[in-house]
Design a protein around this ligand. Structure first.
Ligand SMILES: [Zn+2]
Length: 356
């Protein structure tokens, strides 16, 4: 039955959705060669515009060191307050659902699952602009490679160009208004497909501002919007390239992962959700994974230095975790508990995204 549904989805996808979209040949995307990724001697990708590529790389590198490159955690905290939602359970640090229970997490079936995704690349109405297609394909393959070993693989239901100048480049990030977020939600409302069955991936540019550039933002599975058109995730064009891990990071949020710094830099010091450096409450605070050491937000491959609110040194932490803010060059890891959380939240909250 599920296979039939997927075939129907693929058939529909091949028809296109509207005159302002254009299907992309994904035959070169799905045959990923993880063995070639990041290896010396890999044939260079062709770039249509070398200067644009260098500009993109510069914006990307600056954004990667910006204070806020992925506001997923903070946006959800604000949305929960706005919606007046009470969180599940009565633990000292409130939880979002059953999968936040470490016993449930650890008992989760992590056998292989295939997740439906659909990629939408935004560009101008006349077909100009948008992400470099070679980069987009390379970023997709990198993401598939990053999930190797998690038991999660992907069914790319389709990919399409969306020719709509309203969303080719979204407004600049600023803490003073939500024009940037309204644009992301606008493109999702207009072009997302089958959100109950597919994780929708949107890719566009963003105007730079003194407040920085966002690289991505995603929707947690417990968010009431998760299975609506405004679920899924958005990635900046500049974060879609070979060797970049923003795609894996944002999908991690969609599958139920917080930032590794969530228990430290993203909560009040020594509060109920504060994750202590001694590891004593790692299962029930912060990111709800005791095998991801607590850390302040850290943009480096080495430990952050310093100590927690009780004076315990942070130690080496885990800058290689995909859910932190470490440089791409050292990000290599989802932990065992993160893998279990992803399988748990997917099955619990987004079961129809799983095709088999
Ligand atoms: Zn994030």
């Amino acid at each position: 039955m599920k296979q039939l549904l997927v075939m129907c989805l693929i058939s529909l996808a091949s028809l296109g959705f509207a005159q302002d979209t254009e299907q992309i040949d994904i035959s070169g995307w799905v045959s990923a060669r993880p063995d070639l990724l990041g290896k010396k001697g890999t044939p260079a990708l062709s770039y249509g515009d070398e200067q644009q590529r260098l500009i993109d790389r510069d914006i990307y590198n600056n954004a990667r060191r910006n204070s806020v490159w992925c506001p997923t955690d903070s946006l959800w905290e604000q949305r929960r307050i706005d919606m007046g939602l009470n969180r599940f359970g009565k633990a000292p640090c409130p939880t979002e659902g059953n999968c936040d229970d470490p016993a449930v997490r650890d008992a989760t079936d992590t056998s292989a699952k295939v997740v439906n995704i659909y990629v939408h690349l935004m560009r101008n109405s006349d077909g100009t602009g948008g992400v470099n297609i070679d980069n987009a394909r390379a970023a997709y393959k990198q993401m598939v490679n990053d999930y190797a070993g998690t038991g999660l693989t992907f069914n790319l239901v389709g990919a399409q160009w969306v020719n709509d100048s309203n969303y080719a480049v979204i407004p600049a990030y600023t803490p003073f208004n939500l024009n940037w977020l309204n644009a992301i939600n606008g493109m999702k409302q207009a072009y997302a497909v089958w959100p109950q069955y597919v994780c929708n991936i949107f890719v566009s540019g963003q105007t730079s501002s003194p407040f920085g550039v966002l690289l991505g933002i995603a929707t947690f599975p417990w968010d009431p919007a998760a299975l609506t058109k405004t679920g899924g995730l958005w990635i900046n064009n500049v974060a879609m390239s070979r060797g970049q891990h923003t795609f894996a990071h944002e999908l991690g949020h969609c599958f139920g992962l917080w930032h590794t710094q969530h228990g430290v830099s993203e909560v009040a010091s020594c509060s109920a959700c504060y994750e202590f450096a001694d590891g004593s409450n790692g299962d029930v605070a912060g990111d709800f994974c005791s095998d991801t050491p607590p850390t302040p937000t850290n943009y480096n491959c080495s430990g952050p230095g310093g100590s927690d609110c009780q004076g315990t040194p942070w130690g080496p932490t885990q800058p290689e975790n995909f859910m932190g803010y470490g440089p791409d060059s050292c990000q290599t890891l989802f932990t065992s508990q993160q893998v279990s959380r992803m399988h748990c939240w997917l099955a619990d909250a987004n079961p129809l995204w799983i095709t088999q």
